[in-house]
Design a protein around this ligand. Sequence first.
Ligand SMILES: [Zn+2]
Length: 257
Amino acid sequence: MKKLLTLLASMILVLTLGALARVDGFDRGLISVTFDDGWTSQHQNALPILERYGIPATMYIISGAINDQPEYMTQEQIQDFAGRGDEIASHTVTHPHLRELSPGQLNSELTESQATLRQMFGPSAATSFASPYAEYNDATLAAIRQVYSNHRAYDDDGTDSSGINTRTSYNAYNLKVKFVESTTTTATVQGWIETAKAANAWLILSYHEVGANIGGGAYTTDTAVLDADMKAVRDSGLQVVTVAQGAAEVLSQTAGR
Ligand SMILES: [Zn+2]
């Protein structure tokens, strides 16, 4: 009997320690790959790579820039993403600084973008939203809550563990994100992946233009680097989800926060 009690006590101890180690984590680790603004270079250079590694993406589209060639994708090009199950998400109509708008202007940037995207890509489009320039405040967030199910924010202070969503810190309207810049190496992305894996966390990556000869700005990712990044994502062991899928999965684990 004493032996049995000792065994029972040690089993409880092991289970408790295991739970504590993952107390901040979700049921499983997640990763999302997102692209902003709807650049044509994403269709030319990112889509074949996403196909190669079987990775679903979330595309944050500026609805007013659709068909604004040659910089921005046509509706048909965006449909190539939607047709493979990628999420078409909203990034406003005109990419303004949301905090500087009147309440009326803010409301139309949010609702008209959603209406256009749903008319073009169906009723499941535009449930997710990202603020242009990652700029927001309490007033813009309150308006976003009225229209969208989640909001990709900006919460990366540059440390390894910042910019990654954990269970205890989770807020659907403050989704943390890691911005991939032109200087971000695959080794850096791999480090973020390891951090997310260790914590059963949700890592959201944000890309902009893709390709060596296009843009050339701080947020342009070289095609070969994106290829290596996506191979790392596929091999990460994290479940690859769109942002809407990730938000739906963790909802019951976070009491609807
Ligand atoms: Zn943007």
